[in-house]
Design a protein around this ligand. Sequence first.
Ligand code: GSH
Length: 214
Amino acid sequence: MSMLTIWTLDWVPEGPRGFVRDLRLRWACEEAGLDYEVRTVAFDDRQTNHLARQPFGQVPYLDDGPMRMFESGAALLHIARKSDRLMPQEAIGEAETLQWVIAALNSVELATLPWWFLGMAGTDDDRLTGWVASRLDHLEAVLRERQWLAANQFTAADLLMADILRIPKVRAFGARPATEAYVSRITDRPTFRKAHADQLAFYAAADECRSASR
Ligand SMILES: N[C@@H](CCC(=O)N[C@@H](CS)C(=O)NCC(=O)O)C(=O)O
């Protein structure tokens, strides 16, 4: 099996550290027990320096032998297909996992990300806040009834949903005990802790390179 290569930015400011989405892929590889390396593209001219690989000038993107992918959700599913620790191989479990991966991206992050972004810019919008509250309340009702989203086991869907929900502003928004227990349980996994620590260490080392070269 070829070594997976996860591409990310060679440096980012403090704010996004621990949240750059290469973490989703590092974490998935850790869960699946797959070998991977992390390679970088320059932060400084990121808008244009890798458009051939990621048409929006973003990261992460993934190489798997001759295969090239962008979008963290797509790359996560690609990795997940390699291991039943992330995606059950039987049809119903696989369908449930796919469904909840798309729900995480398209029903939860679709609301939380612009809400977070507008909040950072100081232009909160009450309608958006209400929409986020509604999505999180519905999810809370689901998580009150079960430990995992799909197939009665931890899957790529939990990895992704927890990664979306662990954003501090989302986590602090209202009391949703089942959701909080879910996020805590999942981010307590040694695989998450390793991927997270590795990303922080990677950018700490990048600070040193950057200050030495300036
Ligand atoms: N939908 C994309 C979003 C990727 C994304 O937001 N990447 C951020 C890092 S986590 C980025 O590259 N930001 C730099 C920029 O947009 O200039 C995915 O999930 O892969």
